[in-house]
Design a protein around this ligand. Structure first.
Ligand code: CA
Length: 226
């Protein structure tokens, strides 16, 4: 039974979430402070956090930032009003989704389900020619025997590309691999993730171009260029 940690200082909102989530078979813990959530997640990791942005101690954004130093747990932000959360900023911080209040608790439960489904561990990649080695549990990819220091978005992008060598993925498909709904504003950020990913790969092999650009189409992993 997946365990959901709800971090929300308004009891009425927390109650409706607990009700909807438990109705879908999730177990829940409710906390009202960001710091308490960080302490909790360190000792008793939940499978997903629902994180209010306006918390009494540290903001949901700050909580998420600190969380990301030690955990890759999926995070869904709760926002008090449209515009409070800048979608791109929220996603860069490492959130997986967000909803704006007032929301339908059933919709939140459905989205929680969808996120957990996307996050379900997939079979490890058979690294073609052993150039890349992927350790799903540790969110670690090695290239030519050297561990790469990747953000979680870079990890997911590279993992997605490695899984199907030579397949051209559109930016939309790559967003999907990040667990992010397609959004015109965010598609451009795929390019910047790819750019930083390439820079990290070049530190290992300066002239190789394992990630190929397909103009107007997207990106692929090409073992032949690795
Ligand atoms: Ca609040």
């Amino acid at each position: 039974m997946p365990h959901i940690l709800i971090v929300e200082d308004e009891a009425a909102i927390a109650d409706t979430l607990i009700f909807a989530l438990q109705g879908e078979g999730f177990s829940t813990t409710w906390l009202s402070l960001g710091q308490a959530a960080l302490d909790y997640q360190r000792s008793t990791p939940a499978d997903l956090l629902i994180l209010d942005i306006g918390l009494p101690d540290i903001s949901g954004f700050e909580t998420c930032k600190q969380l990301r130093r030690f955990s890759e747990v999926p995070v869904m932000f709760l926002s008090a009003r449209d515009g409070e959360i800048d979608r791109v900023v929220g996603l860069e911080i490492g959130a997986d989704d967000y909803v704006v209040k007032p929301f339908s608790p059933r919709e939140v439960a459905a989205r929680v389900k969808a996120i957990l489904k996307r996050m379900a561990p997939r079979a490890p990649v058979e690294a073609p020619a052993a150039l890349f080695q992927v350790d799903i549990d540790k969110f670690q990819i090695s290239y030519r025997g050297q561990p790469l220091s990747l953000t979680r978005h870079e990890f997911r992008l590279l993992h997605c590309l490695l899984e199907q060598p030579e397949r051209v993925f559109s930016r939309e498909q790559l967003l999907d691999a990040l667990g992010v709904a397609a959004d015109a504003g965010y598609e451009r950020s795929i390019d910047s993730h790819i750019k930083s990913l390439r820079a990290k790969l070049r530190l290992v092999a300066a002239t190789a171009e394992p990630i190929q650009t397909h103009r107007g189409l997207g990106y692929s992993y090409s073992p032949g260029h690795s």
